[in-house]
Design a protein around this ligand. Structure first.
Ligand SMILES: [Zn+2]
Length: 199
């Protein structure tokens, strides 16, 4: 059998796409021909896999978009924290003490820290599970930050219903931002996972 014909058949043989007669022909030939045997070994080795791990042009554009999305969110969240801290510093002590901490710094901190979850995207089975986890983690971090802020400002309204009601009104912006950030976290993490090729 001519080597050139076998060389044409080798890719089909590796993929298991040729007929059993062709497969037998290839096997018979490579048992006798060292050159074709070596070619088969080379084509079987993971050179092809290496090529697949290097993203194509389309894949690279999506990787760019995903990284830009993550970076923009980091900057936005950090910017909101910086604004909140600056506003808080300008707020005089009194009833409004802690207003900007609770209403802006706490939810923005949750958004910022929830982005660490994005590094674990490959561990999730699909993009829905990932985005659900992201929004829950955002909520969990905001609640932790809220508890921390309550301890820091020694908030003691829990025992007094009227003050509790006033506090909820006073913190309505923070509550609204918590809902918005959890929703944003879900939508954008889903988009991020999609860009990285998650089903
Ligand atoms: Zn040969």
């Amino acid at each position: 059998m001519d080597c050139n014909i076998v060389k044409d058949l080798i890719p089909l043989y590796i993929d298991g796409c040729c007929s059993s007669e062709s497969a037998k022909t290839v096997e018979d030939h490579i048992s006798k021909c060292q050159e074709c045997r070596e070619l088969l070994e080379i084509m079987k080795t993971p050179a092809n896999i290496e090529e697949e791990t290097i993203p194509n042009k389309f894949g690279r554009i999506n990787l760019w978009k995903a990284s830009v999305l993550q970076s923009v969110l980091l900057f936005v969240a950090f910017g909101l924290i910086a604004i909140g801290v600056a506003m808080e510093a300008r707020t005089p002590l009194g009833l409004l003490n802690g207003y900007w901490a609770f209403n802006l710094v706490v939810p923005a901190t949750g958004l910022l820290l929830s982005l660490t979850t994005w590094y674990f995207v490959r561990l999730f089975r699909n993009k829905k599970r990932f985005s659900d986890a992201c929004s829950l983690i955002t909520l969990a971090i905001i609640i932790c930050a809220w508890i921390w802020a309550m301890m820091h400002y020694e908030a003691s309204f829990i025992n007094e219903p009227e003050i509790l009601f006033a506090s909820i009104l006073l913190n309505s912006m923070g509550i609204a931002l918590t809902v918005i950030f959890c929703f944003l976290s879900k939508v954008l993490s889903n988009k991020y996972a999609k860009l990285l090729g998650k089903e």
